[in-house]
Design a protein around this ligand. Structure first.
Ligand code: CO8
Length: 278
C-alpha cells in the first residue's frame, strides 16, 4: 500500500503485537489506527484465529486513549476480505459451525459496538463474511475496483456473521434478498448507489480519502459520537419511540461533559474546539 500506512507501528501493546499472527497495526495519522488483516494468500479469509485476534485488537484499540478512529483493511492488493475461510468451514460438524457463526457474530458485534468510529477501507473483494465485517464497521470507503457480495448460497451456505440482519437494516430487505439470494458480486458503484458504501474513490485515492474522513471524525467530540452511535444502534433494534428516548437521555448526558462546554464555547469564540473525550 502507500507510505501513509507505514508511517509508524502503533505502540498500543507490544505484547499484543507480538501475539498477532494475522493482523498488522499501523498509525495512518495521529490518533488514527489502521488494523490490517494480513492473510493475502487466501485473500484475507477469516478463520477462527483471525476472528480471535480481531476481537483482541478491537478491545485494545477501544481502550487506548491515544486512538480516536480505527480503519479496518485487508492486506495485499486484491481483497479487503474474501469471506470466512472456506477450507476451515468445509470440515465443520453442525455444532462447530454454530460456534464459528457465534464467534464471528460476537467479534463483529465488538466492531459495531466499538465506542470509536470504525471505517472499513475496501480496495478489492469484500465477499461473504468479509462484506459482513465491512457492514459491521460504522462507515465504508471503497475503491471503484472493489467487488462486494454475499455469495454464500452458491456454496450451499448462508451469511452467518450477521449479514442477513445488517444488510437488511442498512439497505432494506428488498436489496438484501436480491444480494443474498442471487449471491452475485456487485460493483462498488452499485454498492455506493444503494448506500452500502459511503464514499467511492479511485483506487489511488483510497488511503488518502479514508484518512481525510478519519481526520474529520478525529476532530469531532468523541463522547458525542459514541453516544450517537449507541442511539443509532438502539433505534435499529427497537421502536422509534425507544430510540428517541435513548436520544433524549444521551442528549442530557452530553451536557455533563467538558467537551460539550468546550465545543459550544469554541463555536462562539470562532476557534477550533479542543475535545478531550470527557
Ligand atoms: N476462504 C478460503 N480461501 C479462500 C477464500 C475463502 N473465502 N477466498 C479465496 N481463497 C483462496 C483461494 O482458495 C486461493 O487459494 P489457492 O491459491 O491456494 O488456490 C486464493 O485465495 C486466491 O483465490 P483465487 O485463486 O480464487 O483468486 P481469483 O482472483 O481467481 O478469485 C474470488 C477471487 C472471486 C474472490 C474467489 O477467490 C472466490 O470466489 N473466493 C470465495 C468467495 C466466497 O465465496 N466467499 C464467501 C465464503 S462463505 C462465508 O463467508 C460465510 C460467512 C458466514 C460464516 C458462518 C459460519 C457458520
Amino acid at each position: 500500500m502507500d507510505e501513509l500506512q507505514t508511517e509508524a507501528e502503533l505502540e498500543i501493546s507490544e505484547e499484543d503485537l507480538v501475539e498477532f499472527e494475522h493482523l498488522e497495526l499501523h498509525e495512518m495519522a495521529p490518533g488514527i489506527a489502521n488494523l490490517m488483516i494480513q492473510r493475502p494468500k487466501v485473500l484475507n479469509a477469516l478463520n477462527s484465529e483471525v476472528l480471535d485476534e480481531l476481537a483482541l485488537a478491537m478491545e485494545a484499540l477501544a481502550a487506548d486513549p491515544e486512538i480516536k478512529v480505527i480503519v479496518l483493511s485487508g492486506g495485499g492488493e486484491k481483497a479487503f476480505v474474501a469471506g470466512a475461510d472456506i477450507a476451515e468451514m468445509a470440515e465443520f460438524e453442525a455444532l462447530e459451525a454454530r460456534d464459528f457463526s457465534r464467534l464471528g457474530q460476537a467479534t463483529l458485534n465488538m466492531v459495531e459496538d466499538c465506542p470509536k468510529p470504525v471505517i472499513a477501507m475496501i480496495q478489492g473483494f469484500a465477499l461473504g463474511g468479509g462484506l459482513e465485517l465491512a457492514l459491521a464497521c460504522h462507515l465504508r470507503v471503497a475503491s471503484t475496483k472493489a467487488r462486494l457480495g454475499l455469495p454464500e448460497v452458491g456454496l450451499g451456505l448462508l451469511p452467518g456473521f450477521g449479514g442477513t440482519q445488517r444488510l437488511s437494516r442498512l439497505a432494506g430487505p428488498g436489496l438484501a434478498r436480491e444480494w443474498i439470494l442471487t449471491g452475485d458480486h456487485f460493483s462498488a458503484e452499485e454498492a455506493h448507489r444503494v448506500g452500502v458504501v459511503n464514499r467511492l474513490v479511485e483506487p489511488e485515492k483510497l488511503t488518502e480519502a479514508t484518512v481525510a474522513l478519519a481526520k474529520t471524525l478525529a476532530s469531532r467530540g468523541p463522547v458525542a459520537m459514541q453516544l450517537a452511535l449507541e442511539c443509532i444502534r438502539r433505534g435499529q433494534e427497537g421502536s422509534q419511540s425507544e430510540g428517541e428516548a435513548s436520544e433524549a437521555d444521551a442528549f442530557g448526558m452530553v451536557f455533563t461533559t467538558r467537551d460539550m462546554r468546550e465545543g459550544t464555547k469554541a463555536f462562539m469564540e470562532k476557534r477550533k474546539a479542543d475535545f478531550q473525550g470527557r
